[in-house]
Design a protein around this ligand. Structure first.
Ligand code: DGL
Length: 272
């Protein structure tokens, strides 16, 4: 009999974590995935630190008890930059977080002008500031906290109309021009933003390298639990659960299917 692959839980406040799920599932197609969107609390960017820690810890407790995953990927910068140490202290399970890709961005920048685009929560965290101190490599790093971009990205993914001007206004502060140099690298420090990548590229005042952390997260998963066995065939088995309990509608079902996820669980996801 074939070995059952590991169960991996991928968690975000909403649908942004699909950008991480896609890469992880491609790297380990033999695993069983539960994608949990804490949409009852979306967006996380507006929460106080205390409220966000309490919320994520409570939801995790329920999910771990119900599903006993081998690995949890927190596909959310806003949560990872705050609650990872607490989760690792409280649960014996392995967690992989998603944090702003400041190190590779600063290493790759030629102009030494780098911007970090995240939620308001992520850019104000000490964790993010420490990454800049430790890995900034002499770059001038501009932190840009967006109130609305995650919400706009969800709307775009759901096929709703999102004005170019709304997106352009959110990304404008990332583009810094100084005599002889301008921003050449923008870290996408929220997993929702790669959902808008084509539009970000089209609306950027000049071309930049947008850094998406998802491939690095997938490599980290393989480092931690090993590569897929040679016999593994895709696509990965993946179910989605919304903490609001809301059904998703046909348009979203089609989007989820394109990411390789089913919103028609064979057994309901318990514990949240
Ligand atoms: N996807 C999230 C992140 O990576 C959170 C967006 C939000 O809920 O505000 O930060």
């Amino acid at each position: 009999m074939q070995d059952r692959g590991p169960t991996i839980l991928v968690f975000d406040s909403g649908l942004g974590g699909l950008t991480v799920f896609r890469e992880v599932a491609a790297a380990r197609p033999d695993a069983h995935y539960l994608y949990v969107a804490d949409d009852a609390a979306f967006p996380y960017g507006r929460f106080s630190d205390r409220d966000l820690s309490d919320r994520v810890s409570k939801v995790m407790f329920g999910l771990i008890n119900a599903h006993q995953p081998e690995l949890i990927v927190i596909a959310c910068n806003t949560a990872s930059t705050l609650v990872l140490p607490e989760l690792r202290r409280n649960f014996s399970i392995s967690f992989i977080g998603t944090v702003p890709a400041i190190k590779p961005a600063c290493a790759a920048s030629q102009s030494k002008l780098v911007s970090v685009l995240g939620t308001e929560g992520t850019v104000q965290r000490e964790y993010t500031r420490a990454l800049i101190r430790d890995f900034g490599r002499g770059c001038d790093v501009t932190l840009v906290g967006s109130k609305t971009l995650a919400v706009l990205a969800e709307a775009h993914l759901r096929g709703e109309m999102v004005d170019d001007s709304a997106i352009a206004a959110e990304i404008a502060p990332c583009f810094v021009a100084k005599p002889g140099a301008r921003t050449d690298t923008v870290v996408l420090a929220c997993t929702h933003y790669p959902l808008l990548l084509d539009r970000l590229r089209a609306l950027a005042p000049w071309p930049v390298n947008f850094v998406d952390p998802a491939p690095a997260i997938a490599r980290r998963v393989v480092d931690l639990i090993g590569p897929a066995p040679d016999s593994a065939t895709g696509p990965a088995e993946a179910l989605i659960h919304f903490t609001s309990g809301c059904r998703t509608g046909e348009a979203l079902t089609a989007v989820l299917t394109s990411f390789g996820i089913s919103d028609r669980p064979r057994r309901p996801a318990a514990g949240v």
